[in-house]
Design a binder for this molecule. Structure first.
Ligand code: ZN
Length: 132
């Protein structure tokens, strides 16, 4: 087993435990949301299969839109959950709270609003600009 050098994050074990609990709680919430969204999208699909006869075009358009919304909701939840999972991993590694881009500490206020943030605002904006 590898023993990592402990990175000095200036956090006490109690603080780390608290952060872990809140990240884990959010992760669990998102898992539950995901389960629910999956069920809903399955219901939607069943309704669609059972109810395609005699649809006019407007109707099937609405259903397509509903399905797209359900699909993008599922993706959004999964993305967010992955962010929390990533944040938890970084917490274990001792790099949580430090920007993945420039390694500067992420302001506490930002972490309070976005506990899953792994970059500072500047690096986030740079990434988004590159992605665009
Ligand atoms: Zn940064």
């Amino acid at each position: 087993m590898l023993v990592h050098d402990t990175v000095d994050t200036g956090r006490s074990q109690a603080e780390i435990d608290q952060i872990r609990r809140s990240l884990q709680a959010r992760y669990d919430e998102l898992s539950a949301e995901y389960e629910q969204a999956v069920v809903q999208s399955q219901v939607l699909r069943l309704v669609e299969i059972g109810d395609t006869a005699g649809d006019d075009q407007a109707d099937s358009g609405t259903k397509t839109a509903e399905r797209d919304t359900a699909q993008s909701l599922l993706r959004t939840i999964l993305d967010r959950r992955a962010q929390y999972e990533h944040a938890l991993t970084r917490l274990e590694e001792g790099t949580y709270g430090f920007c993945e881009g420039c390694t500067a500490p992420i302001p506490v206020e930002r972490l309070e609003i976005f506990p899953s943030a792994t970059t500072c605002v500047t690096c986030k904006q740079n990434r988004e600009r590159r992605a665009a």
